[in-house]
Design a protein around this ligand. Structure first.
Ligand code: FEO
Length: 398
């Protein structure tokens, strides 16, 4: 059996993208990304989601490889973000009789994005489509990650086509399912994907998990990354914890520094925390760090220290950028502490405190805010902040 047949009558026809450097024009793709598309082959054939339009030719080739000259009768559109929908026009040219299947919001977006207004099979939550031998049932899961998003369930094969949910960055190196690829490299990329793309929508993800949780899932077919069969429980558990913003013990220190003075405070705090054995500790210089990696670790770990120089009477721009990303994602709880420096008028520490207030996070310890270069007293204040934080962390771990 070809490995593209991931379940009987369910075929993988997706593609790898190893050339796009930034997903959504924002997030780097050092290991590429896959756009997953699937065929459900009953007496009639349904294609579930398409791929980014530059790869439409490969999608067609993959479809023809699986079903030859048979027509595609339906195109199920689970999600309209263009990485999955921008080959719709190409598909319609090759399969002019193909009917689009989507909910009312989806079909409005098909017209809005692509000017396509055609007779379609409009589905509501719980609706289904009989392909003859295979059934597709549709479950609306709005805001995972757009308002029109739905998941498609095939009960005969206990297979869930989950859209972006359970997806990950990282192209597929030959294999397709988690029994065919080396999965270790995907877990960090799954966290980064979640934090960057879906991280704002924790509550909708929780609703979707509750809605889909009773299905007897054998196979999860997301729109990005491996098809999950052996590790479905681990994947669902990870998404559940991330969407509850649940963190594990660990410290992220994220700072900006123009001339190394704020950096010196960051290094000292990190060293003292390490002496207190409250790791893991991740330290990021925000002028150089990749924001999605910093976000990934802030989603993962329960303690965050942010340091900033005062710059034009405000926060240093890369620090402000990180805070904006965090604010947009509404992370409800983190242990938080702050530090910074200034030359003639200190503002950064106050603004960091205001950020914590806005997030409804409590600040731990006294902010260390230093004028110009670090004195012994400033270093002592770093040690004191780190020890206060370490005491809290240890108490929480008991
Ligand atoms: Fe992979 Fe929200 O699109």
């Amino acid at each position: 059996m070809a490995i593209t047949e991931i379940r009987p009558d369910i075929r993988y026809v997706g593609v790898n993208d190893r050339t796009t450097t930034r997903f959504e024009g924002l997030w780097p793709l050092p290991q590429g990304v896959s756009y997953n598309s699937y065929l459900a082959v009953g007496e009639q054939v349904a294609l579930i989601d398409t791929v980014e339009e530059r790869f439409g030719g490969r999608l067609l080739e993959n479809i023809r490889h699986e079903i030859g000259d048979r027509p595609v009768d339906y195109l199920v559109i689970n999600h309209m973000e263009p990485d999955h929908s921008s080959s719709i026009a190409l598909l319609r040219r090759h399969y002019p009789e193909m009917r689009l299947v989507g909910n009312a919001k989806t079909l409005q977006m098909v017209e809005g994005y692509y000017g396509i207004a055609c007779p379609a099979h409009t589905v509501a939550d719980g609706g289904q489509l009989d392909l003859g031998g295979l059934t597709l049932q549709f479950h609306l899961i709005p805001m995972v990650h757009w308002p029109e998003t739905m998941a498609t369930w095939c009960p005969e094969r206990q297979t869930l086509f989950s859209g972006d949910a359970f997806g990950t960055f990282g192209a597929l190196d030959g294999g397709i399912t988690d029994t065919q690829v080396e999965t270790e490299r995907y877990w960090d990329e799954m966290r980064r994907y979640y934090a960057a793309i879906v991280g704002k929508y924790g509550a909708p993800v929780q609703k979707a998990l509750a809605k889909l949780g009773s299905l007897p899932i054998h196979t999860i077919c997301p729109t990005h990354g491996p098809v999950w069969q052996r590790e479905t429980a681990r994947v669902v558990d990870l998404y559940d914890r991330m969407s509850r913003y649940e963190a594990e013990p660990g410290v992220v220190i994220a700072y900006g520094s123009m001339y190394g003075n704020t950096e010196r405070l960051a290094e000292r705090i990190a060293r003292t925390l390490a002496e207190e054995q409250v790791g893991p500790i991740r330290v990021y210089n925000l002028s150089y760090a990749e924001p999605s990696e910093v976000l990934r670790d802030i989603f993962r770990y329960d303690t965050l220290l942010v340091g900033s120089p005062t710059y034009n009477g405000a926060l240093f721009p890369p620090v402000k950028q990180l805070l904006d990303l965090l604010s947009a994602r509404g992370i409800p709880r983190r242990r938080f502490a702050r530090f910074g420096s200034f030359t003639w008028a200190g503002t950064a520490a106050r603004l960091l405190g205001e950020f914590a207030q806005q997030m409804k996070w409590e600040c731990t310890g006294e902010a260390v805010e230093m004028k110009q270069g670090a004195t012994d007293a400033d270093i002592d204040r770093c040690d004191a902040l780190a020890r206060t934080l370490a005491a809290e962390i240890k108490a929480a771990r008991r």
